[in-house]
Write a protein that binds this ligand. Structure first.
Ligand SMILES: [Zn+2]
Ligand SMILES: [Zn+2]
Length: 346
């Protein structure tokens, strides 16, 4: 089979691989959808700048948002069988450290930790070998693209909103309307928050968020952004805010626009921020969460809730391309003007 590897320097290469054989406790998955995440662009595609858990092992099949159907199970599998539709929680932790016991394999720092698409083969190939314990059943009401988006990006938005306990009493600010920001807006809306206010530098991304009905107001990320947010919240600001951009100015805006006793989360990766702690955090009684992807349990909750709500992350997918056009898929994702880009099979 052909698999996509990312040599760096904005290049994509298709390479020949053997279809793997599932060993003990493993499943062979026929890949149906494998979307591109911002971290693939930031830490691997442009250049291999990732370190630690974000270090890409050269020659590894990329793609850490895979979803598909089980083709075959190896000996010792206890739950899944051929034909089951599954999303992959994209990290295999050691299974024995405190973070793994908690379900947050993302936070495992054992030498045995491996992420799909980073240190072990991921979803950009027709078949994927996965450990059964990181498979989460995909409800029939959700599409394979819905599932792929849940494997990292949508789950990242869900985790932060869950930690902030977002509900119907909240006004939600989202800075950065890339795929994770769109997911946060969509999930915030599903949880009852209103209005949803979106901020981005890109007019195309603001238009998409409004066109999809995910944001009630969108504003440019400029000097007027804070004033605009206060104008549509009666001068009080937002009960909850999430930064999905990683930009220092956007992180600052989330804190400035927070209402007293507000809850804020940073999920956009990289960079720094500098702010007046007394003015923006202490005296405003603000709670600030750092939140990294999600847990196995919350991924399971996410797909259950999406199915019950009839909410489909797939609506944020603007570009679907076959594996043979992976190079174009990465170019589109790198440009940062579209919604989610997904490699699809069949
Ligand atoms: Zn662990
Ligand atoms: Zn990701």
């Amino acid at each position: 089979m052909q698999g996509v590897i990312l040599p760096g320097n904005r290049t994509v290469q298709l390479k020949e691989f053997e279809v793997p054989e599932p060993g003990h406790g493993q499943v062979l998955i026929k890949t149906k959808a494998s979307s591109i995440c911002g971290s693939d662009i930031r830490a691997i595609y442009r250049a291999h700048v990732g370190t630690g858990p974000e270090a890409y092992r050269p020659g590894t099949i990329a793609g850490h948002e895979p979803c598909g159907q089980i083709e075959r199970v190896g000996p010792g599998c206890r739950k899944f069988k051929a034909g089951d539709r599954v999303v992959i929680y994209h990290i295999n932790g050691c299974g024995t450290c405190a973070e793994c016991r908690h379900g947050y394999m993302i936070g495992c720092d054992s030498e045995h930790r491996e992420a799909y698409g980073w240190q072990r083969n991921g979803g950009h190939a027709p078949y994927l070998l996965a450990e059964e314990i990181v498979c989460v059943g995909l409800p029939d009401g959700l599409s394979y693209i819905d599932g792929a988006l849940c494997a990292c990006g949508t789950a990242t938005g869900y985790e932060a909103l869950t930690r902030m306990k977002v509900g119907g009493e909240d006004r939600l600010l989202v800075t950065g309307l890339g795929p994770v920001g769109l997911a946060a807006a969509q999930l915030g809306k599903a949880k009852g928050a209103a209005p949803i206010i979106g901020i981005d530098t890109s007019p195309a991304r603001r238009n998409l968020a409004e066109h999809l009905g995910l944001c009630d107001h969108t504003f440019a990320a400029d000097d007027l952004a804070l004033r605009n947010i206060l104008d549509v919240t009666g001068g009080r600001g937002c009960e909850v805010g999430i930064d999905c951009s990683g930009a220092p100015s956007a992180r600052l805006l989330v804190l400035q626009a927070a209402r007293r006793w507000g809850r804020c989360a940073f999920v956009g990766e990289g960079g720094t921020v500098s702010f007046d702690v007394s003015e923006l955090l202490i005296h405003k009684q603000v709670t600030l969460f750092g939140s990294w992807v999600t847990s196995l349990k919350h991924l399971e909750d996410l797909v259950e809730h999406l199915d019950r709500w009839g909410v489909h992350p797939e609506v944020t997918c603007t570009d679907r391309l076959p594996l043979a056009e992976a190079a174009r898929a990465y170019e589109l994702a790198d440009r940062g003007q579209s919604g989610k880009v997904c490699i699809v099979f069949e």
